[in-house]
Design a protein around this ligand. Structure first.
Ligand SMILES: NC(=O)c1ccc[n+]([C@@H]2O[C@H](COP(=O)([O-])OP(=O)(O)OC[C@H]3O[C@@H](n4cnc5c(N)ncnc54)[C@H](OP(=O)(O)O)[C@@H]3O)[C@@H](O)[C@H]2O)c1
Length: 164
């Protein structure tokens, strides 16, 4: 199963200066719980923003300029990555950004996990449009702000709508 996972603000903002625009521990925990033990797929900038491969996960990185390094499976072109995905239908694969990968792999995805943060931030990187005709909202889990999480947020799960 291929899942796109991301967090966005009210205006679909996802990044600022190569980093996340917010600090929201509950979302970081959700991301870790969902992806641990599985494979994460990312572009070069997202990989660089993490600083190192994510532990206990298979790290797939798409980049034509990075060199091979321990802990990652490197794909220089999208077609090779798409081919790898096609050959791992029984694995839990999570696309974790950034913009081009979300856009290019959305047609192959089975599920979207979206954290909606009920606030607006400054930034420079926005989630590509999602055509909601293609997706059914399966669940919404709302949370209020608290001591550690400064803004209200919700975890949304969309599954691909079956073809008519
Ligand atoms: N809020 C969230 O959930 C979330 C999630 C992920 C990222 N982010 C944020 O988003 C920003 C990073 O995302 P980004 O969109 O700027 O960058 P990105 O997609 O992570 O990285 C872009 C690079 O990835 C490689 N790449 C991507 N698509 C490719 C393709 N189709 N073919 C070949 N190479 C491809 C290219 O590297 P080469 O130039 O080496 O070929 C490209 O320069 C950061 O601010 C990060 O914190 C936020």
């Amino acid at each position: 199963m291929l899942t796109l996972i991301w967090a966005e603000d009210q205006h679909h903002l996802i990044g600022r200066n190569g980093q996340l625009p917010w600090h929201l521990p509950a979302d970081a925990r959700y991301f870790r719980q969902r992806t641990t033990g599985n494979a994460v797929i990312m572009g070069k900038r997202t990989f660089e923003s993490l600083g190192k491969p994510l532990p206990n996960r298979k790290n797939l990185v798409l980049s034509s300029t990075l060199s091979e390094q321990p802990g990652i499976l490197l794909f220089p072109i999208l077609a090779e990555l798409a081919n790898w995905i096609t050959h791992h239908p029984d694995d839990q694969l999570f696309v974790i950004g950034g913009v081009r990968l979300y856009k290019e792999l959305m047609p192959m995805a089975d599920r979207l996990l979206v954290t909606k943060i009920d606030a607006t931030f400054d930034g420079d990187t926005y989630m590509p449009a999602v055509n909601l005709d293609d997706w059914t909202l399966q669940s919404t889990e709302k949370h209020a702000a608290d001591d550690k999480n400064r803004w209200p947020y919700a975890f949304l799960t969309y599954v691909r709508r079956p073809h008519a």
